[in-house]
Design a binder for this molecule. Sequence first.
Ligand SMILES: *[C@@H]1O[C@H](CO)[C@@H](O)[C@H](O)[C@H]1NC(C)=O
Ligand SMILES: *[C@@H]1O[C@H](CO)[C@@H](O)[C@H](O)[C@H]1NC(C)=O
Ligand SMILES: *[C@@H]1O[C@H](CO)[C@@H](O)[C@H](O)[C@H]1NC(C)=O
Ligand SMILES: *[C@@H]1O[C@H](CO)[C@@H](O)[C@H](O)[C@H]1NC(C)=O
Length: 661
Amino acid sequence: MMEGFKKIKHPGSYIIWFVSSVWRRRISVLAVVILTILLIVCLEYNVTKEIVQNTLSRQESNAGAGLGAEIQAEAAGSIDNDAIQKNRLRTVQFIDDEGFATRDTVVDVMGRSGSARMLDDSSISRRNVNSDYNKRNLKIPYIPNHRIVHLDLKGAPPKIAFIRKLFVLVKELGATGILLEWEDMFPWGNNLKNLAAKNAFSRMEAKEIIVVAQKLNLEVIPLIQTFGHLEFALKNKEFVHLREIPESPQALCPSLNASLEFIKDMINQVMQLHKNVNYLHIGCDEVFTLGRCSRCRKKLRDELFLSHVTQVAKYIRKRYPYVTPIIWDDMLRVLPFSTLDQFKIGKLVEPMVWVYAENVYRFVPQTVWEKYQNVFSNAWIASAFKGAFGETYYIPNVKRHLDNNLKWLELMSIEENRFKNGFRGIAITGWQRYDHFATLCEMLPASVPSLAVNLAVVSHGYANNSLREFLHKTLNCGITSSMGAYIHEPNAKDSFLNLDSDPFLWDQFSRCMFIGSQFYRTLSRWHTLEKEVNEYLVKIKSKRAWLTDYNVRRNYTSPLRVDELMEDESRIYYNLLSMIQSVNDALDGIYDKYTIAEWIEQTIYPTILKLEELQKVSKKLRNMHTWPRRPLPRLNDLQRLGVFAFSSDGSNINTTALRSV
Ligand SMILES: *[C@@H]1O[C@H](CO)[C@@H](O)[C@H](O)[C@H]1NC(C)=O
Ligand SMILES: *[C@@H]1O[C@H](CO)[C@@H](O)[C@H](O)[C@H]1NC(C)=O
Ligand SMILES: *[C@@H]1O[C@H](CO)[C@@H](O)[C@H](O)[C@H]1NC(C)=O
Ligand SMILES: *[C@@H]1O[C@H](CO)[C@@H](O)[C@H](O)[C@H]1NC(C)=O
């Protein structure tokens, strides 16, 4: 190739050479052209289908290269298998860096090419330009008018004494209100009495919680789900008929008159306890099964959703004229402006725009803000301080939550002017479970440092080490040591609270005496112990060769090696038992006995069981004194897997055949 090129001397001959090369390879060239055209056609065809996956894997290259489209597609499939064929809106769990599904959802917008582009690369770059341009509006520090703390009570009621202290603390940290998500902890009565867990608050207790907040001048915003996430209600036998699809208690069927009556009943019970509130959050997020039943399938999904929401909102506004309904915005993100406008949703509810991941514009890009500004005259924001980065986390990663909150402050200052009345404020959410059926995620006492840091930052409008002293004072860290730490830490100036090296703040906040700090410290020990146990089990089960499943199944091992491998076991086992005691002590006074037992069962107990099983099998193995000659008989169950295919004998290895090989 190079040689042929050198032979050509003057410019004209380049063209001749080029044309003749093309002519010589006309077949290949033609093939390439056809293939390219085919590829473009295919891409065009698939573009809407793959838009979410593509954007995710391309833009978030740090989101774990392997965890791309397939996992997300799978996650989507588990929610709504036939969404793709039906060209319907679906919600996809976003998988974060470490492979955990985060609470954030990417709303897929297949079949709506206009809005589909909102997740496209081109709009991302356009948006970056825009936001640079908009930085002229940047008000630093930006302090949201309302700083609301979300108290998610579902299936884990903290004791009133703890809630009382928590409210005092959040007030000191700059909170202006509480978003109270009662779920099954509300003292539901009459027809709805089965919505209440058996350990729900009594009416007296519920009133007390409200009064404590009011006395601190905290705005109380009750939250009740009125569409999706009604698992706590629809799981009950007497409400099965209100489900959208019989096999899932996730969402209500909006086409039944009884559904609205049921929601009205809920609203009235909550409003009866919450007198004189200004806002009522009516949920309406993640209605996964929207439009699936035979009644609903006849209607347009967008209209189904908006017609239910507007009916609920109109009811509230009519019966409680002083109350403004708020809804989560995720279902609105993909709806076209014309539909939102047609239902006059902007006159009825205020949206709470939620993103808990760091990159907030990725989930709510400029096009959505443009739409919202034409529909609503104000909006709320929701960030998170716990319960967003891993369904089974027990301690929140403060660094990631802080990034999320800082990104929101920046966005709020940039986008504020879009809305006639600006942003109402921010709600910092703290999820207790990812939904009603999920196990517990980070507990409140484990998350007080994260709440404190994020709330302090949001209330001051900035995050730098000027806040350190305030935080140390509020969390009772002792002034002298805090000043010492401030002066001696070499990176103190560059990194706020050294979050890069101390994302859970254990190094810095473990000595502090805040509510729940005993549990917070215990978790730091659990973190170390958990790691030790897991490493030990991996060693026993797969790195070393004498206590693997094979050895156990076959009673075939060396007793000396078993003794050696079991040497560490009893120490670890007793550490686990003592850990359970510590957790029990630390949570006593914060949660009821059911919640404490649930946490222990979910977190520590499985490891106890594994070690006890190990004790049992090692004892059995130690009882062997003689061992069979090899080869050991083939495992019968391998037959099922086709391993015996070449043998006429069904159960045992043909040693004659083996020897002759
Ligand atoms: C539902 O309510 C509407 C109006 O409130 C009424 O016209 C309709 O007949 C009702 N449907 C049923 C099944 O009761
Ligand atoms: C932190 O930020 C605030 C507001 O921008 C500023 O007034 C303060 O001087 C900063 N402190 C430090 C240590 O950078
Ligand atoms: C293993 O040994 C125990 C006795 O210690 C015996 O009861 C058990 O059946 C043996 N299992 C196998 C698979 O040989
Ligand atoms: C085992 O293999 C030998 C040699 O291939 C064969 O002659 C014999 O029949 C086999 N025995 C059984 C039980 O299949």
